[in-house]
Write a protein that binds this ligand. Structure first.
Ligand code: C5P
Length: 218
């Protein structure tokens, strides 16, 4: 695969609801980078599995992924607990992971010319997809803080769901994502740990920006 030269590349991994998406968006705006939330790809596939139960197989999926667009990943229906749970089930399948790998690599290393680089977040970005990224972060927060944040997001969207259910579901997803055979979520040695439990979104971004500006000589 051809890679664009002199890109600013940022790889982020995190458990669910740790604030990685928010930080990735801030980073993309500050440094003019393409942002790809790779969790949305697995959610998109999870949704296909839910809606096309009978047709769902690898070749059907391949065709769907060939046509995938960044806009399709903005679909609001992907933000549900049901879709998140099925996403983490389909994400265990190495064949499915391989089907979506090229799309991620393309976004990471060949972003449209108007961008100075890319920022991707997910579970295997620092360990598999962008091992050679210029910046690698592992963003985390304790489970209860994450459950509180996710619960507040669901409430804002007027979804009927209890805090206990959100907590239980995050705990289960953490377990599945960290203990699966292929591409498990882990902090790589060369990733910088950012714990957002006690930090505001702004404070967290200031920390990240300091690290990035230093290396970029800004
Ligand atoms: O980040 P988000 O919560 O949207 O991700 C949904 C699920 O997709 C995760 O729980 C995980 O199982 C899977 N995922 C993955 N690899 C990624 C991104 C997400 O396996 N790079």
């Amino acid at each position: 695969m051809k890679k664009r030269k002199n890109l600013i590349t940022v790889a982020i991994d995190s458990p669910a609801a740790a604030g990685a998406g928010t930080q990735a968006k801030f980073i993309s705006e500050e440094y003019n980078l393409l942002y790809l939330d790779t969790g949305k790809i697995y959610r998109y596939i999870g949704k296909i599995k839910l809606t096309h139960k009978k047709k769902f197989n690898y070749s059907f999926l391949k065709k769907k992924i060939q046509k995938i667009s960044l806009e399709a990943l903005n679909d609001k229906s992907l933000i549900s607990d049901e879709v998140a749970n099925i996403a983490s089930i389909v994400a265990r399948d190495i064949k499915i992971r391989n089907i979506v790998k090229n799309f991620q690599l393309d976004c990471a290393y060949n972003p449209p010319k108007k961008y100075s680089g890319s920022v991707l977040d997910g579970r295997d970005i620092t360990s598999v997809i962008m091992k050679d990224a210029m910046f690698k972060f592992y963003i985390t927060a304790n489970l209860r803080v994450r459950a509180n944040r996710r619960y507040a997001e669901f409430k804002k969207l007027k979804k009927r769901i209890s805090y206990r259910y959100v907590l239980k579901s995050l705990r289960k997803r953490d377990f599945l994502d960290k203990n699966r055979k292929f591409s498990p979520l882990k902090k790589t040695q060369d990733s910088i740990l950012i714990n957002t439990s006690k930090l505001s979104k702004k404070a967290c971004f200031i920390k990240i920006k300091k690290i990035m500006d230093k290396k970029l000589n800004y």
